[in-house]
Design a protein around this ligand. Structure first.
Ligand code: GSH
Length: 217
């Protein structure tokens, strides 16, 4: 059954919403992209704060339904377009691992990496939502070493999420270039859609920078 509701995607180039953009393009579905200039603070305009009161991207609107939080959006889109085969369905034996790795990203990896990057002392292990930064990386390394994909032989949205995360965090030095991480990232981001999104986002970011400069004059 075709879903006729319009899909709008709220995007700022070279941010977490770039991952959502790759997911949408890998799914091969039509959507309307609303681009905001983050450096000009457009994500804090009144209209966008009605979409996400935190002013954060990504967000999507599907018909009347608004969804924020990149992992929620990724899971929603994968389920909305099952014919793309990028998300194991509920009865699929891979569904559990898929959910695990998607949530591990938001609930364990992100807080671990942000605490580390901010040089914040982690909470005592039993209180910490992620255990320790090293544990998180070791668990991930073990999973990625099985390869070629997180779900074994099958490419999924979890790979888009993780390759994108490793791409940015290793670029900024927040995660070390362990061989298993680099090999995995390189393999996934070589996909043409990743490369197209990187190039298009680079153009958008440059245009936003130019807009800012023009306004300063
Ligand atoms: N928990 C949110 C985090 C989103 C987030 O931090 N987005 C950043 C871009 S990478 C943002 O919109 N920052 C703009 C701001 O706070 O002004 C998610 O996973 O979607």
């Amino acid at each position: 059954m075709t879903d006729e509701r319009n899909l709008t995607f709220f995007h700022c180039p070279q941010t977490r919403s770039s991952t959502t953009r790759v997911i949408l393009d890998e799914l091969g579905v039509p959507y309307d992209m609303q681009v905001m200039n983050l450096k000009a603070g457009e994500n804090r305009n009144e209209a966008y704060l009605k979409i996400n009161p935190l002013g954060k991207v990504p967000a999507i609107r599907h018909g009347e339904t608004v969804i924020t939080e990149q992992v929620a959006i990724a899971l929603y889109l994968g389920d909305l377009f099952p014919e793309a085969g990028l998300a194991p369905t509920i009865s699929d034996p891979d569904r559990g691992a898929y959910l695990r790795w998607m949530i591990f990203y938001a609930a364990s990896f992100e807080p671990a990496v942000v605490d580390k990057a901010q040089a914040r002392e982690p909470s005592p292990e039993a209180m910490s939502v992620y255990g320790s930064y090293d544990q998180v990386l070791d668990i991930l390394e073990e999973a990625l070493s099985q390869g070629p994909y997180l779900l074994g032989q099958r490419f999924s949205i979890a790979d888009i999420q993780w390759a994108s995360a490793l791409h940015w965090t290793m670029m900024f030095g927040a995660v070390p270039e362990r061989p298993a991480f680099s090999a995995y990232r390189d393999r996934i981001i070589a996909r043409p859609i990743f490369q197209n999104v990187f190039a298009s986002d680079q153009n958008l970011a440059e245009a936003h920078q130019a807009e800012l400069k023009a306004r300063e004059k």
